[in-house]
Write a protein of this length. Structure first.
Length: 205
């Protein structure tokens, strides 16, 4: 009986130590940021660049996919009021059925736990007029790619921000919903790095 009690106590101790060792949500959010930007320092604004271009073979197999290329600059900076990281993005999308490069940008706020089990972190950027989550950014386990889910996002031609014909609400569909973008050198997103608070065009009517 004494042996059973000792084994039970030892098992309970292992469970307790495991619970203590399990990372908190704050630790998971911190790990997400460190892996996203490959840094441990957030005293200054940090950014990472991700791209994807779909070749003719892929587009032939996915005829309903209208997106032919994406480039996304993901950034984060520490808020002075609460010391938390606030995320933002700059996005360029090429469509195979529309000429020109369409852009979108948004200040998304904090990252958050994205599932009930508390195992996945994501950044949700709800800038669209329609329902859904807008744009959701998640980081792959290897930190080399991001998965960008688009439900609804406002896009516009940067040289015609007030032109109704060059500004529309892009709705993600069966073949335009989740995109995998690969990490590349930040130099590839140099044109997307902004120093000021540029205004976002008003929503199209």
């Amino acid at each position: 009986m004494r042996k059973i009690r000792l084994l039970t106590a030892a098992f309970a101790g292992l469970l307790a130590s495991g619970a203590v060792a399990a990372p908190s949500n704050e630790a998971k959010l911190g790990d997400f940021a460190q892996r996203m930007f490959a840094t441990n320092s957030f005293e200054q604004k940090v950014s990472a660049c991700f791209v994807r271009t779909y070749d003719a073979g892929h587009l032939a197999r996915h005829r309903r996919q209208t997106v032919s290329a994406l480039k996304m600059l993901v950034s984060a900076e520490t808020l002075t009021e609460d010391g938390q990281l606030s995320y933002s993005y700059e996005l360029v999308i090429k469509f195979r059925n529309r000429p020109g490069d369409y852009v979108s940008r948004f200040r998304c706020g904090r990252a958050h736990m994205a599932d009930a089990k508390g195992t996945r972190v994501a950044v949700t950027c709800h800038d669209g007029c329609e329902g859904g989550d807008g744009v959701v950014i998640a980081l792959a386990p290897d930190s080399k790619t991001i998965h960008v889910r688009i439900d609804s996002v406002s896009v516009w031609l940067p040289d015609k921000p007030s032109d109704a014909d060059g500004h529309f609400e892009f709705q993600g569909g069966p073949d335009n919903h989740v995109f995998r973008l690969d990490r590349v050198d930040l130099e590839n997103c140099k044109s997307l790095i902004r120093g000021g608070d540029e205004a976002v065009p008003s929503q199209p009517q």
